[in-house]
Design a protein. Structure first.
Length: 220
C-alpha cells in the first residue's frame, strides 16, 4: 500500500473520527511529551523530586519547555519564513532535516544542563539524553523513510515507564496501562489523519523505546 492510498483511506473516515484524531495528535504532539514526562516525575512519582521545593518545581517544567517546545517551534517557524521548508507540518523528509538537527542540539544542551545539575534526578537526565539519542537516530532514519515523530515520542514515553517499572520505585500498573492506551490512540490517529505507513509507526515506537533503554543503561 502506498502513501497516496493510505491518505485516501484516511479521507474516507467519518468526520468526527478525523477531528478526534487531529485533536489527539495535537494534545500529544511529540514536542509536548518531554514536558508531560517531567510533570509526571515531579508530581506523580513519590520520590524522584522529594527534595524539591515549590520554587524548583515551578522552574523545572519551564526549563524543559524552553528547550523542547519553544526553541524547536521557533526553529520551524523561522525555517518556514526563510523558505527553508515548505510546511510547518513537516510532511516531507526534506522538511524534517533542519528541525531534526536543530532539535538535537537543543536536547543535547538540556541534557548537559541537567547532567551538571546534581539536584536533577538521574532518571530525568537519562530521559532527556534518550530524547537526544532518538532525535539523532530519527535524522539518520529520515534518509530512508519518514518515521513517525508521534510514534517516536510514544515509544520514548513507554520506554521510560518500563525503566521506572524495572527500578521498582513505584507501582506502575496504572501509569503504564494509561501510557499504552495513549500510545495506541496516538498511533491510530496518525494512521487516520497522516500519510504514514504502518512500518513508519512501528519503527518509531521501537526507536523511541530503544533509545530510552540505551540511555538508562548509561545513566541508571
Amino acid at each position: 500500500m502506498n502513501n497516496s492510498t493510505i491518505g485516501q483511506s484516511g479521507n474516507e473516515q467519518p468526520l468526527g473520527l478525523k477531528i478526534f484524531a487531529h485533536l489527539f495528535s495535537i494534545v500529544f504532539h511529540p514536542l509536548f511529551i518531554p514536558l508531560y514526562v517531567s510533570l509526571f516525575l515531579l508530581y506523580v512519582h513519590p520520590s524522584y523530586f522529594a527534595g524539591y521545593d515549590s520554587y524548583d518545581k515551578f522552574w523545572l517544567p519551564l526549563r524543559v519547555s524552553y528547550a523542547t517546545i519553544f526553541l524547536p517551534l521557533f526553529t520551524v517557524f523561522l525555517s518556514k519564513q526563510l523558505k527553508f521548508i515548505d510546511s510547518v507540518f513537516l510532511r516531507t523528509q526534506k522538511d524534517r532535516i533542519i528541525p531534526y538537527i536543530a532539535s538535537g542540539i537543543y536536547f543535547f544542551w538540556l541534557y548537559m544542563v541537567f547532567n551538571n545539575d546534581k539536584g536533577v534526578p538521574s532518571i530525568l537526565t537519562s530521559f532527556i539524553f534518550g530524547v537526544f539519542l532518538v532525535s539523532s537516530a530519527a535524522l539518520i532514519a529520515n534518509i530512508y523513510f519518514k518515521v513517525s515523530m508521534h510514534a517516536i515520542a510514544m515509544g520514548g514515553m513507554l520506554g521510560l515507564f518500563i525503566v521506572i517499572l524495572q527500578q521498582n520505585t513505584m507501582l506502575m500498573t496504572v501509569p503504564l496501562c494509561i501510557a499504552l492506551l495513549i500510545a495506541g490512540l496516538v498511533c491510530t490517529a496518525r494512521l487516520i489523519v497522516s500519510d504514514h505507513q504502518p512500518k513508519e509507526i512501528y519503527s518509531g515506537l521501537l526507536l523511541g523505546a530503544a533509545c530510552q533503554f540505551i540511555a538508562a543503561v548509561i545513566f541508571i
